[in-house]
Design a protein. Structure first.
Length: 351
């Protein structure tokens, strides 16, 4: 029992920082707060790299801030409630995230937070629970949330964060007010990146980041260029026979595998578009310089898009379940060789 209680203790929150692309969502919340119509459950949905965690941190701090009680929804940063949040010890705030080395949110974690929402507030104000990422709740955890949504207690706010709303039960989604954090336009994102990084940023970096400025910023220090160069070399070596599937899979599995899969998704999509256009140009990474030569023969476009689907499926599996990662990557690479260079794969050579 002591272990379960420990899992539900409040933790230090991400910085409650707001970004320009949060403006519309903040406006909706402030309007609801002023009208005394803040919902008891909010589903905050947005892609990774848009700062949904810092948005939720701001929302929880604003709802609990003593200055918001009789005024606008704000974070003063000076009241006792704000001080407790900064210290990670506010008794009415409960943040639920996967435990170390685990990908799912357990029923014990979620149930403990939901139970605290049903009790009396320690500070005679709101009680807030944040669950992220909500799409990684176990079925039992999701049912605990559903019960809370069906019987909300007065003065409680449940915030679910997700980058994959389809991973939630329809009954959970339907009982929450949806608040979407949208990507900024490419022009706005590029301007923000240049201002934050202090230098010009390649459009390829934003494409790699799925249009999410915070993810792009994290790679703006040269990490993206390093990844880009390493992926080009790995594929050249694989296609030329200077490296085998086992060697490449072992390298990828050990370092930034998810980011490598994102890169491959973009590269394969670019390769397919080049094939559709019938171009003899070298295949380029979106927005970046030419890298891998186009194959000398026409490629099967359907097979390329099947590899895109397979890449996305593998990325999703890695996020949801514990796979034998290296074996999964080996299988993916064998399939890639069959598409790009039939007869060069391990199976073909063995025969």
């Amino acid at each position: 029992m002591a272990k379960k209680e420990e899992q539900a203790e409040p933790r230090s929150l991400p910085s409650p920082r707001l970004f320009p692309w949060h403006t519309a969502a903040i406006g909706q919340l402030r309007q609801a707060w002023t009208a005394n119509r803040l919902p008891h459950a909010i589903l905050v949905q947005g892609a990774e790299g848009l700062g949904t965690e810092s948005f939720a941190a701001w929302l929880s701090a604003a709802v609990l801030c003593e200055k918001s009680v009789d005024g606008a929804l704000e974070v003063c940063g000076a009241c006792a409630s704000c001080a407790l949040i900064k210290a990670g010890s506010h008794p009415d705030l409960h943040w639920v995230a996967p435990e170390e080395d685990k990908t799912q949110l357990s029923v014990d974690q979620v149930r403990a937070a939901c139970e605290k929402l049903s009790k009396t507030s320690f500070r005679q104000g709101y009680k807030v629970a944040i669950i992220e990422p909500a799409h990684q709740m176990t079925p039992g955890a999701a049912n605990s949330v559903l019960k809370t949504l069906e019987e909300p207690s007065k003065g409680s706010l449940l915030v679910l964060l997700t980058s994959r709303p389809s991973g939630l039960l329809p009954t959970v989604r339907s009982r929450c007010q949806k608040l979407t954090i949208t990507r900024p336009s490419t022009a706005d994102a590029m301007a923000w990146l240049q201002k934050e990084s202090g230098k010009a940023v390649s459009p390829a970096l934003l494409a790699f980041s799925g249009g999410a400025p915070l993810k792009a910023l994290a790679y703006a220090d040269g990490a993206f260029d390093s990844l880009n160069q390493h992926m080009q070399k790995s594929l050249r070596d694989l296609l030329s026979g200077d490296a085998d599937v086992t060697q490449v899979a072992a390298e990828w599995e050990k370092d930034a595998l998810i980011d490598r899969l994102v890169w491959l998704d973009l590269w394969l999509s670019s390769l397919a578009r080049t094939g559709i256009a019938g171009s003899d140009d070298r295949v380029t990474f979106p927005g970046g310089p030419a890298h891998l030569p186009s194959p000398s023969r026409p490629l099967n476009i359907s097979a390329l898009y099947s590899m895109v689907d397979r890449t996305r499926a593998l990325k999703a599996q890695l996020a949801r379940t514990a796979l034998q990662r290296e074996l999964a990557v080996e299988s993916w690479l064998i399939a890639l060789l069959e598409v790009l260079a039939p007869g060069k794969g391990p199976v073909a050579r063995a025969s």
